[in-house]
Design a protein around this ligand. Structure first.
Ligand code: NAD
Ligand code: DAU
Length: 353
């Protein structure tokens, strides 16, 4: 592997931290620069095992700050960018759409523009990889259809509209300025280190503490779940083998209604916690539906499977059990989020260096 310097934006978040770990460990000749402003979703405790690696650097920078981004390009002269930084939670986008417009649209445009300026004299060997979501395609009926790379964009939430907008800008910079790009659109991820506001970690935490598990509407909405490490391995393959200008859909071929998923999770947790069968399921509480709630997402990932040889590695029940084990074994990680102390980690670790 040729030595490269790579910016991974959003590397302190859920998926980003798994991508950072994979790249730092697998590519010792690469310099991995984690660019993250540490919003509520950024947690450097996700990366304690790699933070001292010689090929890893952390830069606390806001991607909305164009000057700061430009300075970072001058300082490191990156060859590639894997862009994951985003506001990512649909419910928050309903309460505060503007945070999503700022980070997901403006932040992405800043990075694109800085990359185009930095690379304009020689785009050879450079790549802007934009990590996007299946939510840009809208919602499917329960009729077996799947999102493909050519499905028409039809976003419904401020979150998915902001991601769709950023995808369009990435393609615009490719078509207009010749910026080398790839985009991937992935389905719902689950696994270790996911912020406990998303369905699976929220439910695990509530089950453990015998608190109600909120299910929106009737729990009939369907998501296609993928283990986060499988998403990270897809990102690795796309970054190294993806074709300039292409889009790749990534998914688990693993559709679950929310209510069936929660029943499966409750059964796993009853066993792990030594509870009587059915005890945790008594915590299920149906609540008001999410506004504009997309009925079903499901991905056709045959393109990345056939063209790049990627395959998901885990069955869902196995991945779910591993995830439950991780949350039960890492109570301190959850407690630091609940108490807010995880947000002091940066000052404690980095201001002393
Ligand atoms: P996350 O919310 O866990 O992490 C986002 C990270 O981005 C955090 O570390 C945060 O501090 C950082 N960040 C936010 N705003 C920033 C800014 N202005 N400047 C610098 N850093 C900033 O998100 P996630 O779930 O890990 O998702 C990562 C990416 O993958 C997002 O782009 C998301 O749209 C996409 N995605 C997520 C999923 C999923 O299921 N979670 C599925 C498909 C695609
Ligand atoms: O599809 C990819 C997307 O998956 C990513 O782009 C997003 O960043 C990620 O957050 C996720 O979006 P969802 O809205 O699908 O994930 P969430 O975990 O919020 O919700 C999953 C499903 O569970 C959804 O149908 C809403 C429902 N839900 C969610 C929460 C938080 C509940 O029923 N109760 C809840 O408390």
């Amino acid at each position: 592997m040729m030595a490269k310097t790579i910016f991974i934006t959003g590397g302190a978040g859920f998926i980003g931290s798994h991508v950072v770990r994979l790249f730092v460990n697998k590519y010792p000749d690469y310099k991995i620069v984690n660019v993250d402003v540490l919003t509520y979703a950024g947690n450097l405790e996700n990366l304690t095992d790699v933070c001292d690696a010689p090929n890893y650097v952390f830069e606390k920078v806001d991607i909305v700050d164009f000057q700061a981004i430009n300075k970072l390009f001058e300082k490191y002269r990156p060859d590639g960018i894997i862009h994951l930084a985003a506001e990512s939670h649909v419910d928050r986008s309903i309460t505060n759409p503007f945070a999503f417009i700022h980070t997901n649209v403006m932040g992405t445009c800043n990075l694109l523009h800085a990359a185009k300026e930095a690379w304009k004299n020689n785009m050879e060997g450079k790549l802007f990889y934009h990590v996007s979501t299946d939510e840009v395609y809208g919602a499917l009926e329960c009729d077996g259809t799947l999102f493909t790379e050519t499905t028409r964009y039809d976003p419904h939430s401020p979150y998915s509209a902001s991601k769709a907008s950023s995808d369009h800008f990435v393609r615009a910079y490719h078509d207009t300025f010749g910026l080398p790009i790839v985009i991937s659109n992935c389905s719902n991820n689950y696994g270790a280190n996911q912020f406990p506001e998303k369905l699976i970690p929220l439910a695990i935490n509530n089950i453990k503490n015998k608190r109600p598990i909120p299910i929106y509407g009737k729990g009939e909405n369907i998501r296609d779940w993928l283990y986060v490490n499988d998403h990270a391995s897809a990102i690795d393959i796309i970054f190294h083998k993806g074709k300039n200008g292409e889009t790749y859909n990534i998914g688990g071929n693993n559709e679950w209604t929310n209510i069936d998923l929660i029943h499966t999770l409750c059964a796993i947790m009853d066993k792990k916690l030594g509870r009587r069968a059915g005890e945790s399921a008594e915590l299920i509480t149906f609540v008001k539906d999410r506004a504009g709630h997309d009925l079903r997402y499901a991905i056709d990932s045959s393109k990345i499977q056939k063209e790049l040889g990627w395959h998901p590695s885990l069955q869902f029940e196995e991945g779910l059990e591993k995830t439950v084990d991780w949350y039960l074994a890492n109570e301190t990680w959850v407690n630091h989020i609940t108490s807010g102390s995880y947000q002091k980690y940066y000052e404690q670790q980095y201001n002393q260096r």
